[in-house]
Design a protein around this ligand. Sequence first.
Ligand SMILES: Cc1cc2nc3c(=O)[nH]c(=O)nc-3n(C[C@H](O)[C@H](O)[C@H](O)COP(=O)(O)O)c2cc1C
Length: 180
Amino acid sequence: MEFIDVIKSRKSIRSFINKEIDQDKLEYICNCARLAPSWMNKQCWHFIVIKNSEKINAIAKASIINRWLKKVPVIIVACADPLSSGKKNGIDYSNVDVAIAFEHMILASTDIGLGTCWIGGFDHDKVKKILEIPPRIKIIAMTPLGYPMNKENIIEKSKKIIIRNTKRKSLREIIHNDIW
Ligand SMILES: Cc1cc2nc3c(=O)[nH]c(=O)nc-3n(C[C@H](O)[C@H](O)[C@H](O)COP(=O)(O)O)c2cc1C
């Protein structure tokens, strides 16, 4: 896809068809994350690729607003090791590093026809326990991964209308020229 088409066609996908994802596709999107920039090139990120349906179900239960995750084929959890990044001016760059790498993964997935959705609404402690994540490691976000359901079903549509506004601010609202 042209770069602009990848950007424009990425949207949060919450319904997936029942089709397995080839290992080479998983490796491709993980490699795209690996190539992201990071604080002093420390690469503090770790990604947990979850295909086990019991674990997926347990993760879905760790989120009140994202129970729909129980039906997804794969979940990828993006984690940061804060000791492998840095802090400056009150910014913890481990969050930034992982967010950049994760968005690489998200856009790479879009490019090869896979659907994703950034997920932040879940109980981190519960998910850390389910996945046996060491105490010092932070979860930054997760995404489901799979082939999108072609037509938006009624549940998807109503979810969007009720809680998820996808309208963007205009350039005029967010771009400042020369000064704030
Ligand atoms: C950091 C972050 C956390 C999010 N958490 C959730 C979530 O918990 N559940 C969900 O369904 N969508 C979640 N989203 C998706 C947003 O709702 C979505 O990106 C936004 O409404 C714009 O829609 P679009 O992604 O389809 O363009 C999250 C997005 C981001 C960037």
